[in-house]
Design a protein around this ligand. Structure first.
Ligand code: 13P
Length: 251
């Protein structure tokens, strides 16, 4: 059985004051014991969040990192080794906003994925198609190519210590959620792609759905056989809403 996971991507939101309130709200949530919960604050808030959630069972991750694990002369970057030193456990790689706004290529994503693992952290690899690609019938080929950029370079075995998040770009921050059936179709295909190389690994790898997940739609999405939890953006900035999503993953 795969252990469900719910991750909150806080994106570039929050001040120390609002983050303190969010931490307070999260510490009051009754979180299900059978679900891994993680939050991904802005990097300048990582220490505050690590300290604030230290008594809680919520892991902390970074939204981004440098493409190399070692420290170095890379002004403005944060190495995954430094994130590990801080106490982070996860790093998002290949989020659609990194791909589209910052021009990260499949190769960049693959390099970051490898750097994250080399530092002992767990990458959460984000994949997903745009609306144009979906309308052109290219969803499965686009997602498959994004996954293959990592599998082809690093081998399928790297997914023993990684999480995959399917986030259709058209569903991110739009209020449009993929239907459970639409999401399940892609999740099943991702799992099949991994199974074609390693069927045992395919059964254990967690595939999260992201894109306008809310408390109101979480249970239906998480009820699908290949959806192992969620990567939540906007709704993760509200502790009660996020707590409810976590409980939906545990039921
Ligand atoms: P929303 O939940 O706000 O649509 O964002 C999803 C996302 O991008 C999480 O990484």
């Amino acid at each position: 059985m795969r252990r469900p996971m719910v991750a909150g991507n806080w994106k570039m939101y929050g001040t120390r004051t609002s983050v303190a309130e969010l931490i307070g709200g999260l510490n009051q949530q009754a979180l299900p014991a059978g679900v891994d919960v993680a939050v991904f604050p802005v990097s300048v808030h990582l220490q505050q969040v690590l300290d604030g959630l230290a008594e809680n069972n919520i892991a902390v991750g970074s939204q981004n990192c440098a493409f190399q694990s070692e420290q170095g002369a890379l002004t403005g970057e944060v190495s995954p080794v430094q994130l590990a030193d801080l106490g982070c456990q996860f790093v998002l790689v290949g989020h659609s906003e990194r791909r589209s706004v910052f021009g990260e290529s499949d190769r960049d994503v693959c390099n970051k994925f490898a750097a994250v693992q080399a530092s002992g952290l767990i990458p959460v690899l984000c994949v997903g198609e745009t609306l144009e690609q979906r309308n052109a019938g290219e969803t499965l080929s686009v997602v498959s190519a994004q996954l293959d950029a990592v599998v082809g370079e690093l081998g399928v075995g790297v997914f023993a210590k990684a999480v995959i998040a399917y986030e259709p770009v058209w569903a991110i921050g739009t209020g449009l959620t993929a239907t459970p059936q639409q999401a399940q179709e892609v999740h099943a295909e991702i799992r099949a792609q991994i199974a074609s190389k390693d069927s045992v690994l395919a059964e254990s790898v967690r595939i999260l759905y992201g894109g306008s997940v809310k408390a109101a739609n979480a249970a239906d999405l998480f009820g699908m056989p290949d959806i192992d939890g969620g990567l939540v953006g906007g709704a993760s900035l509200n502790a009660d809403e996020f707590g409810a999503i976590c409980r939906a993953a545990g039921s």
